[in-house]
Design a protein around this ligand. Structure first.
Ligand code: AR6
Length: 181
């Protein structure tokens, strides 16, 4: 099953990893709209990056669902953190729009800042309850269609925490490659 694919001039890669260990231009955080921190990947990023990230989040204040903001990365190996807010899953058509929007907003921030390499976690599929088979299709179709026209991003990694999430994303990548998603 596919773990990598080329879109435009960029590579999309699926890996199983703790996103806080990745030395990329930016890692994406699965944040909440109040930017107050929490559990899951948000908790891991603030723990590993130290208090600077929270100070910057407080100064920014809010990040509406479906959008994203940029902070520095404190003591993380990455250079920056893009905080993106997925919807709390409720089975509405709007959830899919908001999830795609959270990915797009992150990709636009990366390009505005000339980042060549970024890493996403599986936004929305932990505490916010988005079913991973649906979320992975939205994530990968949004990222791949964005990369078709991007000149700046060279590498997008999706870092999955569990083997079962990696499998779900591999299946969705296969569908994107075959033009079904
Ligand atoms: N590296 C990569 N992925 C991880 C890591 C890690 N270190 N830790 C967890 N995951 P979640 P959400 C995976 O709950 O659903 C927070 O409290 C995890 O297994 O982090 O968007 C925020 O403050 C799951 O697959 O994000 C918000 O309030 C994925 O990351 C809320 O949760 C996303 O799970 C956001 O919920």
């Amino acid at each position: 099953m596919a773990k990598t694919a080329a879109f435009g001039t960029a590579t999309l890669e699926l890996i199983q990893a703790d996103i806080t260990t990745l030395a990329v231009d930016a890692i994406v955080n699965a944040a909440n709209a109040s930017l107050v921190g929490g559990g899951g990947v948000d908790g891991a990023i603030h723990r590993a990056g130290g208090p600077v990230i929270m100070q910057e989040c407080r100064a920014i204040g809010r990040c509406p669902t479906g959008s994203a903001v940029l902070t520095s990365a404190g003591t993380l190996p990455a250079r920056f953190v893009i905080h993106a807010v997925a919807p709390r899953y409720a089975g509405r058509p709007r959830d899919a729009e908001l999830l795609a929007s959270a990915y797009r907003a992150s990709l636009l921030i990366a390009e505005d800042n000339q980042f060549g390499t970024i890493a996403f976690p599986s936004l929305g599929t932990g505490a916010y309850g988005y079913p991973v088979d649906q979320a992975s299709a939205i994530a990968l179709s949004t990222i791949s269609s964005h990369l078709q026209t991007s000149q700046i991003l060279k590498s997008v990694i999706v870092a999955l925490f569990s083997a079962s999430d990696l499998s779900a994303y591999e299946m969705s990548l296969e569908e994107v490659i075959n033009g079904k998603a």
